[in-house]
Design a protein around this ligand. Sequence first.
Ligand SMILES: Nc1ncnc2c1ncn2[C@@H]1O[C@H](COP(=O)(O)OP(=O)(O)OP(=O)(O)O)[C@@H](O)[C@H]1O
Ligand SMILES: O=P(O)(O)OC[C@@]1(O)O[C@H](CO)[C@@H](O)[C@@H]1O
Length: 305
Amino acid sequence: MIYTITANPSIDYVLQLSQLKSGSINRAIDDVKLPGGKGINVSRILQQLGLDSTALGFIGGATGTFFTTLLSAHQLQTDFVRVKDDTRINIKLKTATEETEINGQGPAITTAEKQTFLEKLTPFTQGDVVIMSGSLPRNLDNNFYLEIAQQITQQGAEFVIDTTGQALLDTLQLGPLVVKPNHHELAELFATTFNNLDDIIQAAKRLLQLGAKHVLVSMAGDGALLVTEKHAYQCNAPHGQVKNSVGAGDSMIAGFVGTYMQTHDLQESFHYGAACGSATAFCEDLATLSDINEVYQKITVTQLQ
Ligand SMILES: Nc1ncnc2c1ncn2[C@@H]1O[C@H](COP(=O)(O)OP(=O)(O)OP(=O)(O)O)[C@@H](O)[C@H]1O
Ligand SMILES: O=P(O)(O)OC[C@@]1(O)O[C@H](CO)[C@@H](O)[C@@H]1O
């Protein structure tokens, strides 16, 4: 079974603008509200791949109720903890040339609500994969993912973590199946800058040394890298009209993990993950299976090392 944990889901309010002027009133020419949050996006792509998952997390207040309504259209299996404070609304501002995101902090989670979540976690078993993604809402300390990762690994299941900074570094010792920083997050993690691909591969190898089993480095329109104990692979990002790249990284994780669970073929998982990422970038919302399969044909994986 696959579980996704989105500690901080969101309503993604995507506004299309002809141009964005800071310090002025900007009027949208179009808008859409999507049920967002990284783990939710992962669950939605897994569903496209025909894989069931249960989405876990905290949902709260009137915005939480609206979030549930938005999500109900997708018929995902969910088991959220209801909290008192409001689920956040994340603003995604898009013009023809750039995307600007403003993400809310998320609800305050009380100690009792956190406890309810931890007690709710199903005993995981061997073969389960738990994908933990995104920022943590207010009041949840950086240990939150570590606590859950400890529980998952003690029970013989695997975990994947897609978050940034210390919360990511702390869980590496427990051997996540894969981590997927983008190249900016990876540079920030080691307080460095990259001058070339080799610098990025070296930084990815540091994550392997710290315990990650596989490292995906996403680089938006420049494609992605997969670095494993033995090899490094690169893939291209095909050309296409970028409509909304929000969720491209989550799609990549879903494609990689979903394919890996079925095939244990790293190169194929990387190829399919990249197809999911690019296909989502070319869609208003997340990609569908036919979008993904079309984009897959346009991606080549090259072994670098
Ligand atoms: N403009 C693009 N054109 C083609 N492919 C893209 C584009 N943007 C993203 N992708 C594909 O999706 C993958 C993941 O995208 P990206 O690096 O933006 O992830 P991310 O920063 O985690 O995004 P998010 O947090 O919005 O999910 C990239 O490695 C690439 O394969
Ligand atoms: O603030 P976080 O949790 O880091 O990211 C949240 C978010 O930007 O990630 C998803 C795209 O990856 C969006 O659906 C959502 O708004």
